[in-house]
Design a protein around this ligand. Structure first.
Ligand SMILES: [Zn+2]
Ligand SMILES: [Zn+2]
Length: 139
């Protein structure tokens, strides 16, 4: 048996972080489907970096090449996806930045909400290029 899995390794743009988010190809599909439910802006994918807790956005057109990596010997539980919205600093702006926190299956909304104050927003903008505020909610 040849056990491989196909993953995207997406680099976090925050300076000093250097983490790469590992997204299995089916998880990325799930993210795109989930985003399409709450935003028209599916050309961009907003993510929360699990390492530095920075929110960032990357263009779907610029996805890194998919990698085939050996599957782990012990099957891993699929992560849980939390779709969140972030407000921007222009009160008259209609669009919101929707982004995804990819978390272990056992994480709860309460745990995530407790972290909100520590999340970084400097490298993410709303779809109209406004800066984001520390104002999040679950979508
Ligand atoms: Zn990061
Ligand atoms: Zn805006």
């Amino acid at each position: 048996m040849n056990l491989w899995r196909r993953e995207y390794h997406i680099p976090c743009p925050y300076s000093g972080c250097g983490a790469k988010l590992t997204l299995h190809e089916t998880i990325l599909e799930e993210i795109i489907l989930g985003l399409a439910k709450s935003t028209k802006d599916v050309a961009d994918i907003g993510l929360l970096c699990p390492a530095c807790k920075g929110i960032f956005v990357f263009e779907r057109d610029r996805l890194p090449d998919i990698l085939a990596v050996p599957a782990p010997a012990i099957p891993q539980t699929a992560p849980q996806l939390f779709f969140l919205g972030a407000r921007c600093d222009k009160s008259n702006c209609e669009v919101r930045r929707i982004f995804v926190a990819v978390r272990p299956a056992e994480d709860t909304k309460e745990q995530i909400a407790e972290e909100w104050q520590t999340w970084r927003v400097d490298d993410a903008l709303c779809p109209n290029y406004h800066r984001l505020l520390h104002a999040f909610w679950f979508v």
